[in-house]
Design a protein. Structure first.
Length: 264
């Protein structure tokens, strides 16, 4: 009897130790029971309470979907549902909402855990607030877009004449941004001429070739004439394998000043 009592006391102490340890893991931990209807929560740790603002008596017995809201990605939810259905490990990043309505980015990992003594699998969800990292990523992406936008400025120089000074290299993303910017500008300005100045470009590649070709097509549809300036001899030599603009009837001048003189 004493031995059984000792074993029970040891088990209680061990369970309390595990519970205390889980409370200090630095993340929210949720355990749910998929054998009950709607896979309800049966345990949350202190980290979950701190992260979400909900207390144990408010959420135990409920499905964890109460954290979802208007900005929660349906694709992430689908991935979670598929993982739970197939008893597979899942990791997603999604927008969740605290009790006070504040949004936070949740890095959620779900693990199916089989307990042999109970002959049952439970789901253990580990939740981490990654809002600071996601906001930094979004800010960096915004700055990158702004840098690319500012690197292709369209400068009105006279009535119905603008200059697009091209600087640096071009890739597919920057090409699309350039075409979008030009389309918007010409629609608003009704320019008759757009001068594409390449004097600051020192290396010709296929992307630049496609950019000139697509830009000419776009402007032709909008009733604007494209003029090229600033092509250096070494630049022209590099363009030989790519450029054949004879069918486009593009006019080219050494400088923007010469192009403006010819237009006048």
């Amino acid at each position: 009897m004493k031995e059984n009592t000792f074993e029970k006391l040891k088990e209680i102490q061990q369970n309390e130790f595990i519970k205390t340890a889980i409370d200090y893991v630095g993340a929210g931990v949720v355990i749910s029971d998929p054998e009950q209807e709607d896979n309800p929560i049966i345990y949350i740790n202190k980290g979950f309470e701190d992260l979400t603002g909900y207390h144990s008596d408010e959420v135990v017995g409920k499905n964890c979907r109460f954290l979802q809201g208007e900005g929660t990605d349906p694709n992430a939810l689908m991935k979670i549902r598929d993982g739970l259905k197939n008893y597979e490990e899942v990791q997603v990043e999604l927008k969740n909402y605290q009790k006070n309505g504040r949004m936070f980015w949740n890095e959620l990992q779900i693990f199916p855990v089989y307990i042999k003594q109970m002959n049952q699998t439970f789901f253990v969800g580990v939740q981490k607030d990654i809002t600071v990292r996601k906001e930094a990523e979004e800010l960096a992406s915004h700055y990158s877009s702004e840098v690319k936008r500012l690197s292709t400025p369209i400068v009105p120089v006279e009535d119905h004449i603008s200059v697009l000074p091209f600087v640096g290299t071009i890739d597919e993303e920057r090409l699309q941004q350039m075409l979008d910017n030009v389309s918007h500008h010409v629609k608003e300005s009704k320019d008759d001429y757009l001068i594409l100045d390449l004097s600051a470009v020192h290396s010709y590649n296929q992307a630049i070739h496609m950019g000139i070709y697509q830009l000419n097509q776009l402007l032709d549809l909008m009733g604007t004439t494209l003029i090229i300036t600033g092509i250096k001899p070494e630049f022209a030599i590099q363009s030989v394998p790519y450029a054949d603009f004879s069918e486009l009837s593009l006019k080219s001048y050494a400088t923007v000043k010469q192009a403006l003189h010819a237009i006048r």
